[in-house]
Design a protein around this ligand. Structure first.
Ligand code: ADP
Ligand code: MG
Length: 204
């Protein structure tokens, strides 16, 4: 296991497809920092209206208070004496996020960023690729393919529409492995999982 850095800041990126547990992992890390009595501020883009307004939420119902921002420039004003800054849904934050994360880490803060690595077409979702390049720690999570149960790294859009930005959960997206994912496969229907597993009973 890597030693935890001392007296310096750093960037951690948690990435993967939808339902891969990025937000759960961010919440876990933030809670642990809080147990260590470190001041933590959590941010999310205003675009993400899922769950309650002033919190980040996972698909399994975990929640954590968060500041909603319209733009990266608003983040600094809320940081004050925080030791840890966490940002969820970072793929919606725009390219300026990279510079901000670098500055905060250079100033000695721990920066935890969670976001999608690919959009529904399988195209890298900037600024996550750039953040992966400059971060010290990377965690890439996999979900479970809704068709076959294999590890899933892609987000399958289930409804029509070519906007990159379409916020939704299991009503609009499904986790899929590369064999069952298609960039324009919204007409693909969910098939039963093998071994009698019913995913609908597991999800919200
Ligand atoms: P993310 O932030 O990556 O979209 P979340 O942390 O919000 O993911 O949610 C992860 C949770 O989603 C899992 O712990 C599980 O309860 C639920 N879930 C629903 N569908 C799936 C799936 N196909 N694969 C894995 N987890 C799923
Ligand atoms: Mg999430």
């Amino acid at each position: 296991m890597d030693p935890t850095p001392r007296d310096i800041g750093w960037i951690e990126v948690i990435t993967g497809c939808m339902f891969s547990g990025k937000t759960e992992e961010l919440i876990r890390r933030v809670r642990r920092a809080m147990y260590a009595r470190q001041r933590v501020v959590v941010f999310k883009p205003r675009i993400d209206n899922r769950y309650t307004d002033d919190s980040v939420g996972s698909h399994s119902g975990q929640q954590l208070r968060a500041v909603r921002v319209d733009h990266v420039h608003q983040i600094r004003a809320y940081i004050q004496d925080a030791r840890v800054v966490a940002i969820d849904e970072a793929q919606f934050m725009g390219p300026e996020l990279v510079g901000l994360c670098e500055s905060l880490a250079n100033e000695g803060l721990r920066v935890i960023v969670a976001g999608l690595d690919m959009d529904y077409r399988g195209v890298p979702f900037e600024p996550i690729p750039q953040l992966l390049a400059v971060s010290e720690y990377i965690t890439k999570n996999l979900a479970v393919c809704a068709v076959c149960g294999n590890p899933a790294d892609r987000s399958q859009r289930l409804v029509e529409g070519s906007d990159r930005l379409l916020v939704g959960a299991s009503d609009k997206y499904e986790a899929r492995c590369r064999a069952h994912w298609s960039p324009d496969g919204f007409e693909l229907r969910q098939q039963p999982l093998p071994l009698g597993v019913n995913l609908a009973e597991l999800t919200d």
